[in-house]
Design a protein around this ligand. Sequence first.
Ligand SMILES: [Zn+2]
Length: 100
Amino acid sequence: MDEVLAGALRCGIYERLDYLEMLIADGDTTSLAALAETELARLSIAWRALLALHEPDERGRCTRCSGWRRGRLFPCSVWVVAHEHLIAANHHADATSAAP
Ligand SMILES: [Zn+2]
């Protein structure tokens, strides 16, 4: 992929995320429900695809993330971010909503 295409791809993805965040912030209940139905499935599939690329090998290392000489020891940053946003963030939200 050349530099222009790579730049367009990067911009396109950020624009898509901006659009989704704008809908989340300003969308009415009906459009949010429709959004959730399609986008939750897509985001879940995207996370699975990303995590599949970063599955540890038989030595427990991510071959996609470069470490010192060998792959990065599991969990690499992709798994750390996934845990932070898919698991840990939910626990924080639960703790907040459970507070009196
Ligand atoms: Zn990785």
